[in-house]
Design a protein around this ligand. Structure first.
Ligand code: PGA
Length: 246
C-alpha cells in the first residue's frame, strides 16, 4: 500500500513571533517537494499566526499536546477544539517529554488522541522505549504495550511516531536494521488490531533525525516519514530531511 510520507517538525518550547521567517522558508521549500506532506508544530502561542501564514500552501500546522476535554477549568491547558479553531490540523500526543515530564499514562494519551479525533485533528501518537528498557531486551514489550494502550479503537486519522527516548536530542540513533525491526513490529501489531486500516497508518521515525542520517533512516521499510525535533528549527536542515522524498 502506498502511504504518502509525512515529515513533521516538533519545535518544542522554541520559537517567537519573529520565527515566522523560518516558516516562510519552509513553505517556499516545501512547494518544490511534491511527494511528501510537511507539517510544523510550533508552540501554542504561534499556531494561529503560523496557520494563517500557511493557509493555501502545502504546509500544515500542528499542536504539541492537547487536553482530553473540550473546555473547562483546566488552567494552562489547551483543548483540541482550540487548536482546531486556531488553524491546526493535527496534534502530537504522548511525546516522551510529556509522558516523563507530565506523568502522562497510556490511558491519558489515548484520551488525548480521542479528543483530537473529536475536534477533527489528526493525532500523531508517540511511542518509544527508554535506554534501560532496550538494554534489558524489553523494547518490543514496552512499545507494544504503549501501542495497545495509547491508540484509540479506530486508527483513522492516526499517525504513529516511534521515537526511542534515548535517541531524542542526543545525536544517537538506532541502526537502520533496528528501525526496520521496530517499524515492522509496529506495523504487524497495527494490522492484527485494525486490519487493512493498520496498513494505511503512517509510522514516523523520530529521534535525532538530521540531514546526514535521513536517507539511511527514512528509506527503511515501514518508515513513512519523520518526526524531527532540533533539526526542524532550521528551515534548510528541515527541508533537507524532507527532500529525501523528492
Ligand atoms: P530530536 O527530537 O529530533 O531533537 O531528537 C525528536 C522529537 O522529540 O520529536
Amino acid at each position: 500500500m502506498a502511504r504518502r510520507p509525512l515529515v513533521a517538525g516538533n519545535w518544542k518550547m522554541n520559537g517567537l513571533r519573529a520565527s515566522i521567517g523560518e516558516l516562510e522558508k519552509i513553505i517556499a521549500g516545501a512547494r518544490k517537494l511534491g511527494n511528501v506532506d510537511v507539517m510544523v508544530c510550533p508552540p501554542a502561542t504561534l499556531i494561529a499566526g503560523f496557520a494563517a501564514a500557511s493557509r493555501g500552501t502545502s504546509v500544515t500546522i500542528g499542536g504539541q499536546d492537547c487536553h482530553a476535554l473540550a473546555a473547562g477549568a483546566h488552567t494552562g491547558d489547551i483543548s483540541a477544539e482550540m487548536l482546531h479553531d486556531a488553524g491546526a490540523t493535527a496534534v502530537i500526543v504522548g511525546h516522551s517529554e510529556r509522558r516523563r515530564g507530565h506523568g502522562e499514562t497510556d490511558a491519558a494519551v489515548r484520551a488525548k488522541a480521542l479528543a483530537a479525533r473529536r475536534a477533527g485533528l489528526t493525532a500523531v501518537i508517540c511511542l518509544g522505549e527508554q535506554r534501560a528498557e532496550r538494554d534489558a531486551g524489553r523494547t518490543r514489550q514496552v512499545v507494544g504495550a504503549q501501542l495497545d494502550g495509547s491508540l484509540p479503537d479506530d486508527a483513522e486519522h492516526v499517525v504513529v511516531a516511534y521515537e526511542p527516548v534515548w535517541a531524542i536530542g542526543t545525536g544517537l540513533t538506532p541502526t537502520p536494521a533496528d528501525v526496520a525491526t521496530m517499524h515492522g513490529f509496529i506495523r504487524e501489531r497495527m494490522c492484527s488490531r485494525f486490519g487493512a486500516m493498520g496498513n494505511a497508518v503512517r509510522i514516523l521515525y523520530g529521534g535525532s533525525v538530521k540531514p546526514a542520517n535521513a536517507e539511511d533512516l527514512l528509506r527503511v521499510a515501514n518508515v513513512d516519514g519523520a518526526l524531527v525535533g532540533g533539526a526542524s528549527l532550521d528551515a534548510a536542515e528541515f527541508l533537507a530531511i524532507a527532500a529525501v522524498y523528492r
